[in-house]
Design a protein around this ligand. Structure first.
Ligand code: PMT
Length: 399
């Protein structure tokens, strides 16, 4: 899985820096190309000569070479990488990464890196447990970075606890698992609804909501990447998606979304209903623009839209899986559980507008999954693509 992968290995000032030498050997054995970036403190623990000999490449530490003034481009390095691994990562480096303190080559490279980032912390148990470190790690997780939890054991301080950098073999296993293509949804067909619906008032106005489509599109991508054939039925959004396994159908109103989804449902193995469907539409739609001058006050009479989720729940066949979403503002679990039962869902994904970084428009989400047996699983704040992976993992367990 790591054959041909370009890996930046960031080494920081920890006693565990000696393990970086083993890590490089293992990665090179797996066919990866490794370039090492080391912090000034890292050089106190392991020599650049050792690391460059093992990696077959110069070790980068300074912004430019003192010998000939050559500029070390952290941007080029960031773009070269398929992944960046910081092992060992000290509390100081973790703090700088979480707060963008770009005072060394490792942090500038991290900030320029578009590839997935893995962080293997190494520090004393109390430093690791400190709320500052935990909050910084939480922040890095919310950026989509992957934390390879330290192991428990004897530490450099001779205390025993959690803080030992994970063993190089296990770190390599984590990377291999990440890069191994998951194709567990081969032969599955999944319909996904996404985005808002627009309910026309007149030719220029509508009732809508803030859904951007990001969550639904992330789900479509993850399902397709894992081998499923996807029908993505979306309300009006600015998202683009280009994947041979995704068929996109654009709709505008809840009625249109209802018709297309009901039509496709008998042919699929699962439906994931992520769209923020308008619950009501104007009872009467004006064919002409309503003029401001026509009256002092405008009353709109609204009539309920058909509930797509509940209608699918009523015709669901055995073997078909139905996944709904619940966007709540209060009494979250109670309302979500009520929707799960009423709509005959297999599980429901709860997101709350009370959580920062969750719900509409943002690139992140924080969800809980409640299944039909009442089991509730809470997840951290993550990028919507990673949230989609968690949801699809749950779906895959039902097959
Ligand atoms: O698009 P983003 O900006 O990324 O935001 C993502 C999101 C916040 C829209 C998404 O994560 C989400 O929560 N979607 C569901 C929003 C919603 O309408 O929730 P609800 O609690 O009102 O609806 C419950 C379920 O019934 C949902 O699965 C919904 O799709 C479905 N429903 C609702 C009404 C209706 N007429 N038909 C339906 O199918």
């Amino acid at each position: 899985m790591l054959d041909g992968k370009n890996i930046i290995l960031g080494v920081t000032g920890s006693i565990a820096a000696y393990k970086a030498a083993y890590l490089i050997r293992l990665l090179i054995k797996k066919g990866a190309k490794v370039k090492v970036v080391i912090t000034p403190a890292g050089k106190e623990f392991i020599t650049p000569l050792t690391l460059s000999t093992l990696s077959n490449a110069p070790v980068i530490s300074d912004f430019f070479s003192n010998r000939d003034g050559t500029w070390n481009s952290h941007v080029d390095l960031g773009l070269w990488a398929d992944t960046m691994l910081i092992a060992p990562a000290t509390a100081s480096t973790i703090g700088k990464m979480a707060n963008g303190i770009a005072d060394n080559m490792l942090i500038t490279t991290y900030l320029s890196c578009k590839a997935p980032v893995f962080i293997a912390p190494a520090m004393d148990l109390d430093m690791f447990a400190h709320p500052t470190t935990q909050q910084n790690l939480e922040r890095l997780r919310s950026f989509g970075n992957h934390i390879i939890e330290p192991a428990e054991g004897e530490l450099a301080s001779h205390l025993t606890g959690k803080g030992r950098m994970e063993e190089p073999e296990n770190i390599v296993r984590v990377l291999e698992a990440f890069f191994s293509p998951k194709e567990d949804l081969q032969k599955k067909k999944i319909v996904i609804t996404a985005g808002p619906t627009y309910e026309k008032i007149d030719p220029v106005r509508f009732i809508g909501n803030y859904s951007s489509g990001k969550m639904g599109f992330a789900l479509a991508k993850v399902c397709a990447d894992r081998g499923a054939e996807v029908v993505l039925i979306t309300g009006p959004v600015n998202q683009t998606i280009d994947h041979p396994k995704i068929k996109r159908v654009d709709v505008e109103s809840a009625d249109q979304m209802y018709e297309v989804t009901m039509n496709v449902f008998p042919t699929v193995d699962a439906a994931i209903l992520c769209a923020a469907v308008a619950d009501f539409k104007p009872a009467v739609r004006s064919d002409e623009k309503i003029k401001r001058e026509s009256s002092n006050e405008l009353c709109l009479r609204l009539t309920p839209n058909r509930d797509i989720a509940a209608s699918l729940g009523a015709i669901k066949k055995s073997g078909q899986v139905l996944v709904g979403f619940a966007l709540e503002t209060n009494d979250e679990e109670r309302h979500a559980t009520d929707k799960l039962r009423r709509k005959n869902l297999d599980f429901i994904v709860l997101n709350s507008l009370r959580e920062q970084g969750a719900g509409f428009r943002c690139d992140t989400n924080k969800i809980s999954i409640i299944d039909k047996f009442g089991v509730v699983t809470h997840f951290d704040l993550k990028q919507k693509l990673d949230v989609a992976s968690d949801i699809v993992d749950k779906l895959a367990t039902l097959w």
